[in-house]
Structures are given as C-alpha cells and as structure tokens.
Design a protein around this ligand. Sequence first.
Ligand SMILES: Nc1ncnc2c1ncn2[C@@H]1O[C@H](COP(=O)(O)OP(=O)(O)OP(=O)(O)O)[C@@H](O)[C@H]1O
Ligand SMILES: [Mg+2]
Length: 254
Amino acid sequence: MSERSTEGDDSLAIDVRGLSKCYGGRKVVDDVDMQVGAGRIVGFLGPNGSGKTTSLRMLCGLLTPDAGEGRVLGLDFRREAAQVKRQVGYMTQRFGLYEDLSIRENLDFVARLFSMPGRRQAVDGALERLGLKSRETQLAGALSGGWKQRLALAACLLHRPRLLLLDEPTAGVDPKARREFWDQIHQLAGEGITVLVSTHYMDEAERCDELVYIAYGHVLARGSAAAIVREAGARDLEDAFVKLVGQATDNFTS
Ligand SMILES: Nc1ncnc2c1ncn2[C@@H]1O[C@H](COP(=O)(O)OP(=O)(O)OP(=O)(O)O)[C@@H](O)[C@H]1O
Ligand SMILES: [Mg+2]
C-alpha cells in the first residue's frame, strides 16, 4: 500500500482513499481505496449489491461521498467534482440514452449538453470510430444490445475524456460484440485513456491489467488476475472469487 499523501501522484488517474457511503444506516461502500495508473485498464468486480455502481458514481462526481479524500485526474474529486465530470466518460449500468431518438440525434444531444465546439465534427468522428455511420438514422430503441452499447460508448467518448468509468458495459451483449468492445477498450488505453470497468464476466477480468474485487462494500483483493488466483490458493479467477466472497460473508455478516 502506498504512503498516504494529499499531493497526489501524476502517474495515477485515480488516487482516492477511504471512500465511504451509507444508505439507511448501512455502509454500502466502506473505506475503499482506489488507485488506478494512467492508461491502465482496471476491472472492478464483485457480487450484486457489493457497491460497484455506488463507488463509480462517487468517483465521477455524481454522488456525494460520506467520506473519502483524493484525486481523480489530478483534481480534488470532492471539491472539484464539476471539473472531474467534464473529463470523465461515465457509462451507466442501464442504457441511458433516448430510445426515440436516432443514433445521430442522441450523440448530437449529448454534444449539446457538453456545449461542445465543433459539434458536427465531433459527432461524425464518434460515429466513424464506433462503426455507427451506416446506422446513424436508426432509432436507439430499435437497436440490439451490442449496438446500444456501442452507441453508449460513443456518447461517453464524445467530449474526449481522459478517464472512462464503465459500469457493466457488456451485460447481456453477445460474445462477438463483447470481444469487439474489448478491442476498442484496449485501443483507447493504447491512446492513453484510463479505464475502470465493472464486469461479472471472468473472461473480461482476464483482459484487464489489474483487478479490484469488492464485496459488502469492502475491497477483498486487488492486483493482477494471476496474483489474485495465486494468493487465494485457487484454480482460477472464478474459484478465487468464490473463496474470497465466502471469507467475506464470514467476516462482514453476522
Ligand atoms: N439510492 C440508494 N438508496 C438506498 N440503497 C441503495 C441506493 N443505491 C444503492 N443502494 C444499495 O447499496 C448497495 C450497493 O449497491 P450498488 O448498486 O452500488 O451495487 P453493485 O455492486 O453495483 O451491484 P450490481 O452488480 O447488482 O450492479 C445495494 O445493497 C443497494 O441496494
Ligand atoms: Mg451496479
């Protein structure tokens, strides 16, 4: 564990400690530390209700933490939440765009929300990049899961964020579309964009540089997939996580 500091470390896109959130007297995120190196892809894993979405929403400035200090993209993530929001692409767990607008109209709407200069060019670029050009007039509501997810990624890339927080971006998406999505994620990381992505898929976890595993709001393990498997004395990642959650259930529930 690194030294606690208030100065921050330029090589870290996320450097937050003690992140906590309480709902109805229950701590759903409890003293979570999150460090993500710039340009890295970090997988955020954990059972349903373990606190992933709540953590992601606090990191991008959409939800006020009860406790926690640190920096996101070099900014104080609590006091400078508005600036953080402008540089982060957040993909929500559920499709959040307008089903009755076309692909292009949705992207144009998002570009307006960000008051983006050169809006048309930015939308054209996003359509091109995600292979959406030929479908630009299709209504979002008529798209299959894989195309919806591409549109959602295009929307959160429009304002050229330096950090992507992706909340189960591939849930319910077929294997081919998932693979294409991950190729895209690796390409973005190659361009220097940092990615923190939650997922329940072990094959996706294997494609991350590092993993953070959370249950009952507590971080149970972090590091490379290989290190987590080794330290848990497990056969594979799935086995490691079943063991970790078993221990956490003993420790955090009574
Ligand atoms: N606005 C809210 N009010 C009350 N409780 C909430 C609220 N948001 C989340 N919770 C609770 O906090 C806990 C953590 O929820 P969260 O959505 O962060 O989990 P998650 O890890 O993202 O789960 P999943 O894998 O199902 O998406 C859950 O018990 C959830 O019911
Ligand atoms: Mg969630």
